[in-house]
Design a protein around this ligand. Structure first.
Ligand code: CS2
Length: 426
């Protein structure tokens, strides 16, 4: 089993990561571990739980160490990741989080707080009332930046690793809105000292189950409460716009580029768009896992059409970017039988995911007067899901259920002033 090739405890922590869930541990933390294995130093990660304290409870007693199981056709590859330190729970130690952001060794604050963690209103503006709440990323980042400025330190790179369209620009705009409202004296310092690169992040990471932890225990001969299970595939495209130092993530295969947009748009509309469609259509037909839904002969053609004929034509591909090969690869990844990826996990937070996954594609075709039967089926399946009486895990759950109860459901969801944003670009 691969282990860290560096002295974990001799490393300073250069990164504070907000949202230390399974995705970060299977993705950015692995690239960072690889960079340190290749000789980079001082890129330890302080992980922060902004909401649930469970990950900190799992990783704390293990001093931040955990395994990643990459499951593919060739079997499972297990490795031990050393980059992550004992995590912090923001609600329990808020000042420690601010101090970590303000520490001289910190260069990067990265985020996987999920779509809803950005606290946007349907019109795209920051929900200023929610943004002063206990789990708000803005509060911690602003307080940490204020302490840096007061100490005469430089700014930071704020690196959004969430599935938003234009994630870097969205974060910059929302952060500015927060500062204008609550820290006006910091706004021009933020503009001059901090950058918010865009990123495209990709790795399928199902929630870890007890059966996964038992399989890791058998392979490892030890219990790993923080184990994460994923696929072999991993991709990270990053806009090369850092305020200061960064790990050489390219040593681990990350692509540093001038423009992330073609990769990010393709990923959101083909991969994530297909995923959400699989989730609602698949659940409606009684499937549990992604690999079951994509094997259903009534569903697969709908998904192929969504990717190849509806999403792909809307994307201005970068030189060398082959969207047809991308769709082929995605179908293989969805079919991976070694990964029990629950449709219910993807079905969560539909109100936050659908704008960038489906609506941008639909709008593109609508302007050209072209119908999108697959996306129309996906929207219908989402509405059926909301009406089904199944539990809806979404920050707007109550309002969504009320909206779909009557005959004017479509207008209340997607019409002017409706619950769902039509465009969340920066
Ligand atoms: C999924 C994503 O849960 C979801 O909404 O579509 O988490 C997806 O697995 C990742 O973006 C893959 O990179």
């Amino acid at each position: 089993m691969q282990r860290p090739a560096y002295d974990r405890h001799a490393q300073a922590t250069g990164i504070v990561h907000l949202g230390i869930g399974a995705f970060h541990r299977a993705h950015q933390a692995v690239y960072t571990d690889d960079a340190m294995n290749a000789g980079d130093r001082d890129w330890g990660i302080i992980g922060v739980s902004l909401r649930a304290p469970d990950v900190a409870a799992q990783l704390g007693p293990q001093d931040g160490l955990y395994t990643v199981s990459a499951r593919g056709a060739a079997g499972t590859r297990l490795r031990l990741i050393g980059a992550v330190r004992k995590p912090l729970v923001a609600a329990e130690h808020p000042q420690a989080v601010i101090d970590a952001i303000a520490a001289p060794a910190t260069h990067i604050v990265s985020l996987t707080v999920t779509e809803k963690g950005y606290l946007r209103r349907p019109d795209g503006s920051l929900d200023l009332a929610a943004a002063v709440g206990a789990a708000s990323l803005y509060r911690f980042v602003a307080a940490g930046l204020a302490a840096r400025k007061a100490a005469g330190l430089g700014g930071l790179t704020l690196l959004s690793c969430d599935n938003l369209a234009g994630n870097g620009a969205v974060l910059r705009r929302l952060m500015r809105e927060y500062l204008a409202a609550y820290h006006p004296g910091l706004a021009s310092w933020f503009d001059g000292e901090c950058t918010c690169p865009a990123t495209m992040v990709d790795r399928i990471v199902p929630a870890t189950t007890d059966a996964d932890r038992a399989a890791v225990e058998t392979a490892l001969g030890a219990r790993d409460e923080g184990a994460v299970v994923t696929e072999s595939f991993s991709q990270w495209v990053i806009e090369d716009d850092f305020a200061g130092a960064r790990p050489r993530w390219e040593k681990a295969g990350a692509e540093l580029v001038a423009d992330v947009a073609p990769y990010e748009t393709a990923k959101l509309r083909l991969l994530n768009g297909a995923h959400s469609a699989l989730a609602y259509i698949g659940l409606g037909r009684g499937h549990i896992f992604v690999h079951q839904a994509i094997a259903d002969p009534d569903i697969r053609p709908v998904i192929e059409r969504l990717m190849r004929e509806e999403a792909a034509p809307t994307i201005a591909a970068a030189p060398g970017q082959d969207l047809s090969a991308y769709a082929d690869a995605l179908l293989d990844r969805f079919a991976n039988p070694a990964l029990d990826h629950r449709l219910a996990q993807i079905a969560m937070d539909g109100s936050q995911k659908i704008p960038q996954r489906w609506l941008e594609t639909l709008a593109w075709h609508q302007q050209r007067g072209v119908h999108c039967p697959s996306l129309a089926a996906a929207v219908a399946a989402w509405v059926a899901f909301l009406r089904s009486g199944e539990p809806v895990d979404d920050p707007l759950a109550d309002r969504l259920r009320a909206a779909v109860a009557g005959p004017d459901a479509m207008a209340r969801l997607f019409g002017e002033g409706g619950l769902i944003a039509s465009d969340w670009r920066p």
